[in-house]
Design a protein around this ligand. Structure first.
Ligand code: HEC
Ligand code: HEC
Length: 470
């Protein structure tokens, strides 16, 4: 709210400055908006400021800028006055040493440019897969990936993903809850949204999410474009509206230029925002862990202890691989495990709340186990603090956490495997071999809005993170 009039004013000043510059020097305007004038002082210090609450830091900053812009207009409208006003604003978000924002024109690591679009190169693509579902043994193909996006679209999505300008008050970005340092989850049992509101579920990892066609813990979304409108417009997560999102981005000259580069169309439209973020999410590939080397035939890649764990994982006793099927370690189906939300309580009814089907009471989408060591605590509400606790759940006995009086239909693969402590340890050791972050994208130090790049949210004092959560 505070931002809009200010942004309009800046934008008007910038356009006018360039129009006048063109008249006086004949410079072409097309290349200029992204190029800060080298001699102009960079007064903007936003990104280096600590991220404090918006009502103090950011508000004051906006007030200062608004006053600056207003007093500038009252002065003589010579190009130089306007330029000195506009240049620091064009450089908005950049320090004097960093170059202007430019979208990368090379596909991310492991992708190859085919006819302008980035296509994944991966060994698993040489294997076949039953019904193209990506479900099966060690040498099983992958399900289809969302791919073919241009390098520019992927790179634009990267900026958007880390930019809190996507939220109503500039305080929350996608990365606030999907932090690359925490496997693109947030290390909490329950995610924390705008105004530090605590959500009912945990934020899942986003590694390999471009392969998934069943999204969310309750499996209620089937495309990334559709899914992201949840957090963007939820008053508990990013609190934005489609109109405000478009107005804010279109008022930002840097974003306008970047969207133009990525889509050759203006003004910025909602579908372009969704496409760019989808492109970025689909580039998060983690398929080169030591386990994968082993699966491709390099047996030395795993230790004896890890191979023992893999054998337990695939055994008919533990049955883990029935649901956490390689290579993604999820078959993307819903299953009822009967994990209690709090001792003796089942608050979250899972897929039943979506479909109304009583047999899906407490059913959740099988999560992938890729980079699982990074994303504690575990389960839909972070009920299990450690990976070992999560593995131990399966040997607690069928339905052992189901509250009395609850009737849930536990999945037939959840049984009484009577795993020994050694086998639990071995499972945990094996899951540790599923770690691969080699294709971690570069985290932008500054984003086009100039707002601080957010990662991680603090809940309001007094709110619980859910039992067992760290
Ligand atoms: C306030 C925290 C928060 C923010 C901000 C947030 N997410 Fe999430 N995200 C979650 C939670 C919690 C879930 C799981 C929700 C559920 O299943 O009900 C989730 C689920 C997802 C999923 C589904 C993953 C899967 O395995 O099914 C994707 C994809 C995703 N988020 C992408 C995004 C994108 C893109 C943005 C920014 C536009 C974003 N998220 C912003 C917390 C957040
Ligand atoms: C019937 C299908 C099924 C079987 C068999 C199964 N799982 Fe799961 N697994 C799930 C579902 C569904 C969840 C999410 C449950 C929830 O959040 O309430 C889950 C969650 C997990 C998690 C937490 C993941 C996260 O991101 O929070 C781990 C770890 C895990 N399972 C490991 C195992 C191991 C080890 C085995 C074998 C002993 C196993 N699973 C067997 C379906 C299954």
């Amino acid at each position: 709210m505070i931002m809009r009039p200010d942004i309009h004013l800046r934008q008007a000043a910038i356009s006018l400055a360039y129009a006048l510059l063109n008249l006086t020097t004949g410079t072409r305007a097309t290349s200029s908006p992204l190029t800060p004038t080298p001699s102009a002082p960079t007064r903007y210090t936003g990104p280096s400021e600590p991220h404090r609450s918006l009502s103090t830091t950011a508000h004051n900053r906006y007030q200062r800028r608004r006053q600056r812009a207003a007093s500038g207009r009252r002065r003589l409208l010579t190009p130089w006055v306007l330029l000195s006003l506009a240049a620091p604003l064009i450089a908005h978000g950049e320090t004097s040493a960093t170059p202007a924002f430019q979208l990368g024109d090379i596909c991310p690591a492991s992708f190859e440019n085919q006819d302008g679009g980035c296509v994944l190169r991966n060994r698993y693509r040489e294997y076949r897969s039953l019904r193209d579902a990506g479900v099966g043994g060690l040498k099983t193909g992958l399900p289809p990936l969302r791919e073919g996006f241009t390098p520019q679209q992927i790179d634009l999505g990267r900026y958007l993903f880390f930019d809190p300008i996507l939220s109503a008050d500039g305080s929350v970005s996608c990365a606030s809850c999907h932090d690359p340092a925490k496997g693109f989850a947030d290390g909490r049992g329950q995610a924390v949204g705008i105004h530090r509101q605590v959500l009912p579920r945990s934020a899942p990892s986003l590694w390999n999410v471009g392969f998934l066609s069943t999204l969310l813990w309750d499996g209620s979304k089937s495309s990334l474009e559709e899914q992201m409108q949840g957090p963007l417009y939820s008053p508990f997560e990013m609190g934005n509206t489609p109109t405000q999102l478009l107005t804010t981005l279109n008022a930002n000259p840097v974003y306008r230029a970047l969207f133009e580069q990525a889509f050759s169309r203006s003004p910025i439209a909602l579908d372009q925002i969704y496409t760019a973020i989808t492109a970025f999410e689909s580039s998060l590939i983690s398929l080169n862990s030591r386990y994968d080397l082993y699966a491709h035939g390099y047996h030395e890649a795993l230790t004896d202890a890890e191979i023992a764990g893999l054998n337990v994982f695939r055994s008919f006793v533990a049955r883990c691989a029935e649901c956490h099927t390689p290579p993604l370690f999820t078959n993307q189906q819903l299953a009822v495990l009967g994990v209690a939300d709090a001792p003796g309580e089942l608050i979250d009814t899972g897929a039943e709340a979506i479909t109304g089907d009583a047999s899906q009471r407490g059913a959740f989408r099988v999560p992938s186990l890729r980079n699982i060591v990074r994303t504690a605590p575990y389960m839909h509400r972070g009920q299990k603090p450690t990976l070992e606790d999560a593995a131990r759940f399966y040997t607690g006995g069928r339905g052992h956490e189901v509250p009395e009086g609850e009737s849930v239909m536990i999945h037939w693969h959840i049984w009484e495997p009577r795993l020994t402590d050694a086998e639990i340890t071995s499972l945990t050791t094996f899951m540790g071999a599923l770690t691969d972050e080699a294709f971690m994208p570069e985290i932008p130090k500054v984003v086009p809005s100039g707002l601080p790049v957010t990662q991680g949210q603090k809940p309001m004092a007094g709110n619980s993170d859910g039992f067992g959560a760290q």
